[in-house]
Design a protein around this ligand. Structure first.
Ligand SMILES: C[S@@+](CC[C@H](N)C(=O)[O-])C[C@H]1O[C@@H](n2cnc3c(N)ncnc32)[C@H](O)[C@@H]1O
Length: 293
């Protein structure tokens, strides 16, 4: 078997070898795309394009995003990565100037302007995904698979950081802010689609709903607005509830879902059934929730 592999390698043409090398390096540099996306989000490039009526030249973009004039050629390179990735599009005008425009992806990064674009702004979620804390955990994949000490660790995150994602958030106020803002942004968009496409499901909510692990209540607020007759409650850890905004339509309950779930006709569990929970989930010791939904 080994000798066959060696023979195959020897018979590869120079073109094949160079192509293979190129592909390998492409794979190595895939992260540049997400880093460029993170930079575009931090620089609010989508807002700059939107506020200029949907098309912007490189120099206008530099001016609007506060980029130093000496970095103009680097901004051009950043935009090249982002346009080849489909985040933005580029067009050459009759004057010869290049203008950059939004695509359907970058429309989800617009936070400036009216209420509807703000509701669909997923920039905070980019901050959750393209985040040193999340990315550094991936450097521990090998250790997680092979290291004896990691055998008992349910998550890669714990191997990398020595604590769970939630413990990390609890320790670090700025990580907490980034995470909750991301969750709220994701909720606004996904709940809009859910209400539009699955209205029938929401029609049978009953008269009360509890959003278990509902963070600051972004998803629940959408339900409460669409179905004002439903009494909506958000359960989350005390530390999270302490930072929740005041909302007259919602009742916030601090607590641990493994201990107690407030009674309600419907239980909403959104974005939290990770393997860790499945492994450790147990019946709440005080279950207030009636059977059903
Ligand atoms: C991935 S976030 C999802 C937030 C929200 N449901 C959403 O879809 O955007 C998971 C939430 O579960 C909460 N959580 C984690 N452990 C919990 C527990 N034991 N009891 C209640 N909430 C918990 C976290 O604080 C966090 O707000």
């Amino acid at each position: 078997m080994a000798s066959h592999v060696q023979e195959d390698e020897l018979t590869m043409s120079s073109d094949d070898l160079l192509q293979a090398q190129l592909e390998l390096y492409h794979h190595c540099f895939v992260y540049v795309k997400s880093m460029a996306l993170g930079a575009a989000t931090d620089l609010r490039i989508a807002d700059a394009i939107h506020l200029r009526g949907g098309a912007v030249t490189l120099s206008d973009l530099a001016a609007d995003t506060g980029i130093h004039p000496t970095k103009l050629s680097h901004l051009r390179r950043l935009m090249r990565v982002l346009t080849t990735s489909g985040i933005f599009s580029a067009e050459v005008k009759a004057s010869g100037d290049m203008v950059y425009k939004l695509t359907r992806v970058s429309r989800l990064l617009v936070g400036a302007g009216g209420e509807s674009s703000r509701r669909r702004d997923l920039s905070p979620m980019v901050g959750v995904f393209v985040n040193p804390v999340a990315i550094t955990a991936l450097f521990s994949i090998h250790e997680w698979f092979t290291d004896e000490k990691s055998a008992a660790s349910p998550s890669l995150f714990e191997v990398a950081h020595g604590c769970t994602r939630w413990e990390m958030i609890a320790k670090d106020a700025s990580d907490d802010r980034v995470f909750n803002a991301g969750m709220a942004a994701d909720c606004c968009l996904s709940m809009e689609i859910l209400l539009r496409e699955c209205n029938g499901v929401f029609g049978s909510l009953g008269s009360s709903l509890v959003d278990v692990g509902g963070a600051h209540g972004a998803a629940t607020a959408v339900v409460a607005k669409a179905f004002p007759h439903v009494k909506c409650t958000v359960l989350d850890l005390p530390r999270v509830i302490a930072g929740a905004p005041v909302d007259d339509n919602l009742t916030f309950v601090p607590g641990d879902m493994f201990e107690y779930i407030p009674p309600a006709d419907t239980v909403l569990l959104k974005t939290k059934i990770a393997s860790r929970y499945c492994a450790s989930a147990r019946k709440p010791s005080r279950q207030g929730t009636p059977e059903g939904r």
